[in-house]
Design a protein around this ligand. Structure first.
Ligand SMILES: C[S@@+](CC[C@H](N)C(=O)[O-])C[C@H]1O[C@@H](n2cnc3c(N)ncnc32)[C@H](O)[C@@H]1O
Length: 224
């Protein structure tokens, strides 16, 4: 569901990302953390094939493409309508068209590629019962319908995470990495321990946000 109004986020001197409020999952607030993660753990690295799971408008993907850290980008989201935002960004960046592709997909369902890096900002809550979720809903309801909020914020019974961890290994190139942004108000490291163990990935590092307005964000970095 889209409200047809595009907002603009100039996330790098070379790039403006277009998005609509219904598909904004706060990814803009994660960019400084990603920058710090690349500087701390992947200094000088360039990732050839990158997938942004749960991409929405692909704030992370487009930004680090513009920064030269990502070369090619697959944006994947269960919500087909996010493609409009991605296409709008590409309209203004035609030279990225051959490097960026959107795939409408639940986790990896329609994807047969393997990647050097998979990033993602998935829904952070298991259901709608917690006070933290209700606070989230109140903060975001101004621009969104309740339906869209749920889609953005809730991963019922962690079904999406479970499916992601079941499928992810076969989509990582040897030695590839996964970086997922999570929210301590909805999940801790322990929440995903069993899923990670079954995925066959190794825990590489955990990074706590240094964004003073989002102290609850944390990032798990996994290695294939
Ligand atoms: C927290 S929002 C993140 C949006 C955007 N990446 C950002 O950072 O602002 C979560 C996104 O995940 C998508 N999503 C939820 N479940 C999914 C699944 N199983 N597979 C792919 N995308 C999913 C939603 O449609 C939504 O766009």
């Amino acid at each position: 569901m889209s409200n047809n109004v595009f907002r603009e986020a100039p996330t790098s001197p070379r790039l403006t990302i277009y998005f609509d409020d219904n598909h904004n999952g706060d990814g803009l607030a994660t960019l400084e953390d990603y920058k710090a993660i690349f500087e701390k753990h992947f200094i000088g690295a360039q990732f050839q094939d990158v997938m942004e799971w749960c991409s929405g408008p692909a704030f992370v993907g487009f930004t680090f493409l513009a920064e030269g850290i990502f070369r090619n980008l697959v944006c994947a989201d269960i919500e087909a309508d996010v493609e409009r935002s991605i296409n709008k960004t590409l309209e203004h960046k035609p030279n990225y068209k051959h490097r960026v592709k959107f795939i409408h997909s639940d986790c990896f369902d329609n994807i047969d590629q393997k990647f050097d890096l998979i990033v993602g900002n998935p829904p952070h809550f298991i259901d709608d019962s917690s006070q933290e979720y209700k606070t989230f809903l109140k903060r975001n309801i101004i621009h969104k319908t309740e339906y869209d909020c749920d889609r953005t914020a809730i991963d019922w019974d962690w079904a999406g995470h479970k499916k992601f961890f079941q499928q992810v290994r076969q989509h990582l190139k040897p030695g590839g990495y996964v970086i997922l942004n999570e929210n301590a108000q909805g999940a801790t490291e322990e929440t995903f321990e069993e899923m990670i163990a079954e995925s066959g990935l190794q825990k590489y590092a955990v990074y706590a946000s240094t964004n003073p307005s989002r102290p609850f964000y944390w990032y798990m970095i996994l290695k294939g």
